[in-house]
Design a protein around this ligand. Structure first.
Ligand code: 13P
Ligand code: SF4
Length: 368
């Protein structure tokens, strides 16, 4: 199997000052309790349900679960929002998560605490350049990560998240498909190393995971010889090489529960530590290092856009119905097809024939 790695797009510098300036001030205890009470009441009054990602503030994770909503990885957020009966979804996370919810449920109202909460992968994959990239390679099946705009998804044959990307690319490769992959170069390179698939890559990165440092992680491992290392695949190759488990945020949680170790070093956004610690009280979780020898901060792995989600913003959008996600219906229909393929694949239906055995066929792959 031939292998191709090609960088087509020069990643622009990603300015996060706007996001950090919009991170809400932590409320005091009285205000925090009052905001939580308002949110509980408003969720009922508005027939709304919360869907939160593991990287947002612990209060938004706990409230989601406590009120019958969900905290999870991006794949399960999409599925839950689609399947839940509530007519209003309040998505705490980043913009692509809200957009995916809207694409899958155009009839529902999808609100977010801050609509400017974006993602460096989404910012680094503009539609016009990406479309030109795809047009230049019509022989390839276009597989895009969920961390992209609705317009980029609409140009794709498949959408994937980190929890299913490896399996989907492997299945496509088994069909003899050549892949055009965007936008995360580290996740793409990881999949290529695992599958040997023929993949042409976009040059995007997550500004949070891109900062983990392999040489610092080696030093930390030496200081904690019993620790197992859990890594999100948006991290660089030398960090992934040191991992005991590699996977999505949900896979990291699962590995922490199943692996028998007293300590874990975690290479993903530090918002994840809340769930890891709550679910594993007897185990110790240490943040993987993001910086070099001379830096003052050894681990600063937190997504500025995830941090923009707060209790006050959430209460306000529920109260006033502001910050609604809108997607052009025609664009939404096109973007939905590759997302539906992913959801069908992960539900186990795509590769099964009528008798439930593997058919070896990938139906409806589109033009590629
Ligand atoms: P997961 O799909 O693993 O939750 O990841 C989403 C994300 O944005 C990671 O940075
Ligand atoms: Fe995007 Fe990285 Fe933030 Fe996830 S952590 S939303 S990939 S910038």
């Amino acid at each position: 199997m031939s292998k191709v790695i090609e960088v087509q797009y020069e990643q622009p510098a990603c300015d996060t000052r706007h996001a950090w300036a919009r991170v809400p001030v932590e409320p005091g205890p009285v205000q925090r309790a009052a905001l939580k009470d308002s949110i509980r009441r408003l969720l009922k009054e508005r027939n709304a349900v919360m869907v939160s990602h593991y990287y947002v503030h612990p209060d938004l994770q706990d409230l989601a679960e406590e009120t019958g909503g969900l905290v999870s990885d991006s794949l399960e957020m999409a599925r839950f929002g689609r399947d839940h009966a509530a007519q209003t979804l309040v998505v705490s996370g980043v913009r692509f998560m809200g957009e995916t919810a809207k694409i899958l449920s155009p009839e529902k109202r999808v609100l977010m605490p801050d609509l400017d909460a974006t993602c460096s992968l989404d910012l680094g994959c503009p539609t016009a350049e990406f479309t030109a990239f795809c047009d230049a390679h019509p022989d390839r099946t276009v597989v895009v990560y969920a961390n992209t705009s609705a317009a980029v998804k609409a140009r794709a044959d498949w959408v994937v998240t980190s929890s299913c990307a490896l399996d989907i690319v492997r299945a496509l490769m088994d069909q003899g498909r050549k892949i055009l992959w965007a936008p995360d170069k580290h996740l793409g390179a990881y999949i290529q190393r695992e599958t040997a698939a023929d993949m042409l890559m976009w040059n995007g990165a997550c500004i949070v995971h891109d900062e983990f440092k392999g040489f610092e992680l080696e030093a930390l491992k030496r200081a904690h010889p019993l620790a197992k290392v859990l890594v999100h695949p948006e991290s660089p190759a030398d960090v992934i090489a040191l991992a005991d488990a590699v996977g999505s945020t949900s896979a990291i949680l699962k590995a922490a529960r199943l692996l028998d170790a007293p300590e874990f070093i975690v290479a993903t956004d530090n918002g994840m530590l809340h769930k890891l610690r709550t679910l594993n009280p007897g185990k110790t979780f240490i943040e993987a290092p993001t910086s070099g020898n001379s830096a003052t901060c050894k681990s600063c792995a937190h997504c500025p856009w995830m941090a923009m989600n707060g209790l006050a913003g959430l209460a306000q959008v529920l109260d006033l119905g502001t910050n609604e996600i809108h997607i052009d219906p025609a664009l939404g229909l096109r973007a939905r097809q590759p997302i539906d393929r992913m959801l069908a694949f992960t539900a186990g239906s795509v590769f099964k024939n009528a008798s439930g055995t593997d058919s070896g066929l990938v139906p409806g792959i589109g033009a590629a």
